[in-house]
Design a protein around this ligand. Structure first.
Ligand SMILES: Cc1cc2nc3c(=O)[nH]c(=O)nc-3n(C[C@H](O)[C@H](O)[C@H](O)COP(=O)(O)O)c2cc1C
Length: 176
């Protein structure tokens, strides 16, 4: 996929649709076989905090990717076109802990420009992120009754990443 660097003020993507139904692939680790893992995510946000561009992802404790999120300082978020939906389905329903999903998915890991974590050659958008903050969701703070049924004591850990670089196809770039 042909991607070019995108200055963050010019990054264009649908604030909600990019996550659902769009989906991202969250990858953490470093670019050596077996040293990174990927999982599909559709809950998260892009925004600004502390005058920095922000990507929020939420990762349950039982995800194998979570171990890599803890061990490494950086992560990537990749978006794909519809032709890769099956790969994202696989990566979002099987665990790298006990399957060969990382090779079976057919996606091609690539080195990124500013972080040791890999992205994917087939992605149409890649966000390179450096962890700034984490916190665990606190059930005592749930203010709506539709939240608790999502959990069986496996509350997400949220990670705030500073988006340090973005690269994408032309459709992700627009006037600031
Ligand atoms: C569309 C979709 C969205 C998902 N979003 C999240 C998410 O935001 N956070 C999360 O912890 N798991 C999410 N998952 C589940 C993980 O992707 C799934 O459990 C995956 O198999 C974990 O892989 P791993 O054990 O190799 O890390 C999602 C799954 C799908 C299919």
């Amino acid at each position: 996929m042909e991607r070019a660097p995108i200055p963050l003020p010019e990054l264009r993507l649908p604030a909600f649709g990019a996550w659902e139904p769009g989906w991202f692939l969250l990858t953490a680790g470093e670019n050596r076989p077996g040293a990174f893992n990927s999982m599909t995510v559709s809950w998260g946000a892009l925004g600004v905090i502390w005058h920095r561009p922000l990507a929020v992802v939420v990762v349950r404790p039982q995800r194998y990717t979570r171990q890599f999120m803890e061990r490494y300082d950086t992560f990537s978020l990749c978006a794909f076109d519809e032709s890769h939906r099956a790969a994202l389905n696989l990566l979002g329903t099987q665990s790298g802990r006990d399957t060969r999903k990382m090779t079976e998915c057919g996606l091609t890991p690539i080195a990124l420009t500013t972080i040791p974590c890999p992205g994917y050659a087939e992605a149409e958008l890649i966000l390179e992120c450096r962890k700034m903050y984490f916190d665990d969701l606190e059930p005592a703070h749930f203010l709506a009754d539709f939240i608790a049924p999502n959990y069986q004591n496996d509350y997400h850990r949220m990670y705030f990443g500073e988006v340090v670089a973005a690269a994408g196809t032309g459709r992700f770039r627009g006037p600031g």
